[in-house]
Design a protein around this ligand. Structure first.
Ligand code: SF4
Length: 484
């Protein structure tokens, strides 16, 4: 039984592919990590499993327990993040309450970023998969839960905690086709979808780059330096991608969110994907992530022809020094050129900004906010960098004693005041300026009017506005000044 744990927070959380923190907007994405595990099980002849998406269906822990009682599985696989670990590990406890014989394995690509020893802190957990979750889960079942020969896991043996080395998963086709048919199709949504029902997937793992703070590239790239920019990307074959798209289409899915670091990491591969989507009559509108150096105008036209209506791009800073400090490997000019190209092709744009990199000041933040307002994307986020163990940024903070080591794990949220201050700006100032960024972007009359005239989901947008007022005006009033 595969479980995406429920949560008691109202705004929901992100656990997909090493994402962290509370939701910035009212979106719901299917549990892609569990879909990977499910694909691997199905590909190897194991069909007798269910996926319970308690998070997105709003199921309580009590309901989850009842479902475990009903299913009586031999193994419960569940996702977690550091930020929500106390909540998520309740799944292991509930499972053991149902029956101590049911085995439990927790999966998280970035499990090793936990500041401690998970199996010590959570005794109801039997196994921990620390990178790609697919082979550890399959091999545990194949080995009849004897962990000695199962690669990629932590386990207990005679009171000590052991770690087996990893089994490299370079060929993502080995994962098989994610079993979307085992999930409800009508519950997933995002504020920028054009059509319903919506779902999500990813065809790649990793990023071509290795920004100093990035949990995704650090823990999904598998190895450092495979790409000249410093990162590494694993990519599925076109055959595998098309097979999954046909499955989604047969289920009635009309809109797709690609959850890749950048779907266009290999531009030639992406070009062929878009051509084949057209040729094989995949009737789905979609959105995806790109980097400013993984777009070409001809590629964007092909992407649009294949169904794309929106791309999301990291504009982490409009200050070149900050970009260089975070090793973004991009210039502000490259970002500006990519924005122009995206607009020329007629794709909508959402942007990600991360504040709090080395060298950040209030001025660099305000310059970036003004730059984003000039770019005028359809949606934007102003996150605060979360220091993650294993990243260069975390090491920098630690070495310079800038980290508040007493902060609880729940404080490691990109939407909360950072758990560190920089020599150039305090945590409080960073948070207040980021919240100002949201208010000054979203509450512009020009933006509201544009949104009202271009929306396909007026009710969704009204809900989103209520969410924004709560998150970016009312919450900051309780956590710090609302005035920058
Ligand atoms: S470009 Fe984005 S996904 Fe890639 S390393 Fe940087 S932050 Fe991570």
């Amino acid at each position: 039984m595969l479980i995406e744990p429920g949560t008691e927070t109202t705004e929901g959380v992100m656990r997909i592919l090493a994402s962290i923190g509370s939701n910035k907007v009212n979106w719901k994405f299917p549990p892609l990590d569990l879909l990977g595990v499910g694909g691997m099980l199905r590909r190897n002849g194991i069909e007798d499993f269910v996926i319970l998406d308690a998070l997105n269906q709003g199921f309580t822990h009590q309901y989850t327990k009842e479902q475990i009682e009903k299913e009586k599985p031999e193994l419960v696989v569940f996702t977690f993040t550091n930020y929500t670990i106390k909540n998520d590990m309740k799944v292991a406890t509930l499972t053991k309450e149902v029956s101590p014989d049911i085995k439990t394995i927790a999966v998280n690509f970035a499990a090793e970023s936990y500041p401690g020893t998970i199996l010590k802190d959570f005794p109801d957990l039997d196994f921990l998969a620390y990178h790609d979750p697919e082979y550890p889960t399959l091999d545990l079942i194949r080995e009849d839960y004897k962990p000695e020969n199962v690669k990629g896991i932590y386990y207990r043996e005679n009171g000590t905690i052991k770690k087996n080395r990893e089994k490299t998963l370079e060929n993502l086709d080995e994962i098989g086709i994610p079993p979307h048919d085992k999930l409800p199709i009508n519950i997933y949504c995002s504020p920028y979808q054009l059509r319903s029902p919506m779902s999500a997937t990813s065809f790649t793992r990793g990023c071509i780059n290795m920004c100093t703070h990035c949990i995704g590239s650090r823990y999904l790239s598998l190895k450092k330096g495979g790409h000249p920019k410093g990162g590494h990307v694993r990519i599925k074959s076109h055959e595998s991608c098309l097979e999954e798209l046909h499955l989604l289409q047969s289920l009635g899915v009309k809109e797709l969110r690609f959850f890749d670091g950048e779907l266009t990491a290999d531009m030639d591969w992406a070009e062929e994907l878009f051509e084949r989507m057209v040729k094989e009559k995949i009737d789905m509108t979609f959105s995806c992530n790109v980097r400013a150096d993984t777009v070409r105008e001809d590629l964007l036209w092909k992407m649009k022809k294949a169904g794309a209506h929106l791309v999301s791009m990291g504009i982490d800073s409009a200050n070149q020094e900050v970009l260089d400090n975070m090793k973004k490997n991009l210039t502000v000019q490259q970002i500006t050129d990519a924005v122009k190209m995206i607009k020329k092709v007629g794709l909508r744009l959402t942007t990600y900004t991360t504040f709090g990199h080395k060298g950040e000041t209030k001025e660099t933040m305000l310059d970036t906010i003004n730059y984003i307002k000039e770019v005028n994307p359809d949606l934007c986020s102003f996150s605060l960098v979360v220091p993650v163990i294993g990243t260069e940024f975390y090491d920098y903070l630690k070495k310079n004693k800038l980290l508040d080591e007493s902060a609880p794990l729940e404080a490691y949220d990109p939407n909360l005041p950072p758990v560190y201050s920089l020599p150039t700006i305090s945590s409080k100032e960073m948070y207040e300026t980021a919240m100002y960024g949201y208010r000054s972007f979203y509450f512009r009359p020009r933006y509201i009017v544009r949104r009202l005239f271009t929306t396909n989901h007026l009710w969704n947008d009204v809900k989103y506005m209520i969410f924004c007022i709560q998150r970016y005006i009312l919450e900051p009033l309780t956590k710090g000044s609302a005035v920058p």
